[in-house]
Ligand binder design. Structure first.
Ligand code: FES
Length: 111
């Protein structure tokens, strides 16, 4: 079964991508051509994979780890529903997920 994810690019333009359970949200967004750098490749060391999850979806995702929360504190434009996309593994229950890509990102490794 495929999972449909809608990304809103930094200008708010929707980009729809199809995924399979087990796919990673960062990789899916990158494959769809979205500006998600993911510089540290999922090591939770950069926050350039930051996305803002639609409010109705935020509660339905598995909770962020403490390390992820700490890293989100440094993400540019972080909001209450921010997540690191590299930490989200897609499941069948996430069909219809919508996330926004913030206009700016911080690569902590460049600070
Ligand atoms: Fe660096 Fe997600 S890719 S924190």
């Amino acid at each position: 079964m495929s999972i449909t994810v809608t990304f809103l690019d930094p200008r708010g333009k929707p980009v729809v991508a199809e995924a399979e359970p087990g796919d990673n949200l960062l990789r899916l967004g990158q494959a769809a051509g979205l500006p998600l750098e993911g510089t540290c490749e999922g090591q939770m060391a950069c926050s350039t994979c930051h996305v803002i999850v639609a409010a109705e979806w935020f509660e339905r995702l598995p909770l962020a780890s403490e390390e992820e929360e700490d890293m989100l504190d440094f993400a540019a434009g972080a909001r209450r529903t921010s997540r690191l996309s590299c930490q989200i593994e897609l499941t069948a229950g996430m069909d219809g997920l919508t996330v926004s890509i913030p206009a700016e990102s911080n690569d902590l490794r460049r600070m």
